[in-house]
Design a protein around this ligand. Sequence first.
Ligand code: URA
Length: 265
Amino acid sequence: MGIATEVDTEIADDWHAALAALAWEVEAGADEAIGDAPINRYELATETPKPLAAKPSSPPPTPDAGADPVAVAQAAAADAATLEALREAIAGFDLCDLKKGARNTVFADGNPKARVLILGEAPGAEEDREGRPFVGRAGQLLDRMFAAISLSRGSPDAENALYITNVMPWRPPGNRDPEPAEIAMMLPFVQRHIALVDPLVIVVLGNTPLFALTGTRGILRARGHWSQALGKPLLPMTHPAYLLRNPSAKREAWADLLSLQQRLR
Ligand code: URA
């Protein structure tokens, strides 16, 4: 409890009264004295407390406040002359809210000299934990699918190598689909990423990367049909997560893999 030395002047003048007051306060639970001299609160000047400084209704502006995220991303991506610089530029991009909920920025995996660049959607829980794309169940299926046509992310030789990245480097909460605005602000980084790797062909897995590179959706119609994006041949395929849920679609995915193999001959 509080403090025992605050007795008024009249009482302080009277030793016995002061002692009685102190005994009463101790009995009431006072156990600490904070001042040597008693303070008469009745005689203190009544000072009107100063109003607290008004709280700003919004946080102070940061250098990027109000900036157009797409324009900021375009400038940052254009400045990145190497993959390492691009990785740093993405890690330093703070205008995408997905970053706040992510454990890791998932940049890429595989051999940057690969002829085939695979573009996925976004990290899931395991990718977010490990900081590498396609390491969960869908990723294991992806590895098996491409191994069937002798392509792997671990291959040191460009002929048989894969390079794997995603449209979004951060995991969306609950694995929801990335929103168009989120895709739009990360697209300059994706475009720069593809330009720096300069693959022979791009494979997009599922609707999100198909939409990012072509502006269209409808992966089940588009799959297996070669088109062009960023000046490169583009092969849309169904996402391995879809194949895990719909094993009968693996037959078509196999046809798409054979089509890719043919293209690489
Ligand atoms: N799905 C994706 O699209 N990318 C990953 O990295 C993992 C799962």
